[in-house]
Write a protein that binds this ligand. Sequence first.
Ligand SMILES: [Fe+2]
Length: 197
Amino acid sequence: MATTKDLSRATPIIGQKAHEIQAYGHVVNMPIALGEKERRTSAENLNQLLADTITLRDLYKKHHWAVTGPTFYQLHLLFDKHACEQTEAIDTIAERIQTLGGVAIAMGADVAETTSIPRPPKGREEAPVQISRLLQAHEIILLEARSMARQAADSSDDGTNDMLVSNVIRLNETQVWFVSQHVVDVPLVHASNGHSH
Ligand SMILES: [Fe+2]
């Protein structure tokens, strides 16, 4: 029976290190008929949007866990649904950055350094305060996404423009509608000026 004591070809090679192959903030050439300047500008814009969208997704998860009060169950479910939808948007934005030849921001520490969404406290807050934070974050994202979409259209980056409008702007607008309706102060049982009997 043939045996061999040399197992090197079957052994995992661990602990390998090397310099990174592309520094953050640089774009490699991609043959998608867009100039380097246009691709770099779009990638830079999208990384800001990516950091803010990851932060919003994390805010939704935090609030999904920490929510309390009479609307606990519906907010608990709604916040998780929105977190899932934002996770899809995150992947779309990140993969667009790579498509443009850029490097997508990914790690929490880098996201924290980059985001323009105010940091919430580590503890729990009341549901109306949670909702105010979410609406503020959505509006920061909508404001920048619209300006980025216009900039992308002006520089012929139609793919980025379409992604921003279809996957980011519309999603955020719809989520604002769903969340904002929970802080309209309408009566639960007695109509405010109903007939008395
Ligand atoms: Fe959950």
